[in-house]
Design a protein around this ligand. Structure first.
Ligand SMILES: [Zn+2]
Length: 202
């Protein structure tokens, strides 16, 4: 979880509007995960689970005294969604393919943090249809400052979903979200932040 989900949601938790749907949704998902995980872990790590239970918020009807006195989580059939799973398996695979290229760029000292990168993704056919128009989502998943999607098979390794090219992101680093953007400086009241952060602060 920490290598994928928690890493990705950091941006929305730290930088989007306090009451934005993205931020509230991430908080809800984390709460549900915590609520289930603490019960599953309780028989193995009793003290830690009790400590978590005492400091986490609870719903009406839960036994606040001890995690041992509350119920074991039940699987929610609504969360079984093969289509969604398939879609995310694909995003995870794309992230793996991009990570390899980012790693090479880092080893070559072309960039440090992944946020210093702009990633160009080449795809064709149904793979192109899958990522077409998803630049914003992919920026979040890949934790990079810019994503460009081009139809084609350049840079594509055998068996890969996309071809990947890594460049240095254009613009200045935003002091608030650490993404690189050409919009940094546009807001005269907050000249060190990007347009996205500027609107999130209003
Ligand atoms: Zn920003």
């Amino acid at each position: 979880m920490s290598a994928f989900y928690l890493d990705i949601i950091k941006d929305r938790l730290y930088t989007t509007k306090k009451d934005s749907i993205q931020r509230r949704a991430a908080q809800t998902a984390m709460y549900k995960i915590l609520s289930a995980l603490v019960r599953i872990l309780a028989p193995m790590t009793c003290y830690t689970a009790e400590e978590i239970w005492k400091s986490m918020p609870h719903k009406v009807g839960e036994n606040t005294e001890s995690v041992m006195l509350d119920y074991y989580p039940k699987a929610n059939p609504n969360y079984d969604d093969e289509e969604l799973e398939e879609k995310w398996d694909k995003y995870i695979k794309i992230k793996d393919e991009v990570s390899k290229k980012l790693e090479i760029a880092r080893a070559d000292k072309k960039l440090g943090l992944s946020l210093e990168a702009k990633v160009i993704l080449y795809a064709d056919g149904k793979e192109y249809d899958f990522i077409k128009g998803k630049e914003e989502l992919l920026k979040e998943i890949l934790i990079v400052s810019d994503v460009e999607i081009i139809k084609g098979n350049e840079e594509k390794q055998e068996g890969a979903i996309v071809g990947v090219k890594v460049e240095k992101a254009e613009g200045e680093k935003c002091e608030r979200c650490w993404m690189y953007s050409k919009t940094v400086g546009e807001d005269k009241d907050n000249p060190k932040i990007c347009a996205r952060c500027s609107s999130n602060l209003k």
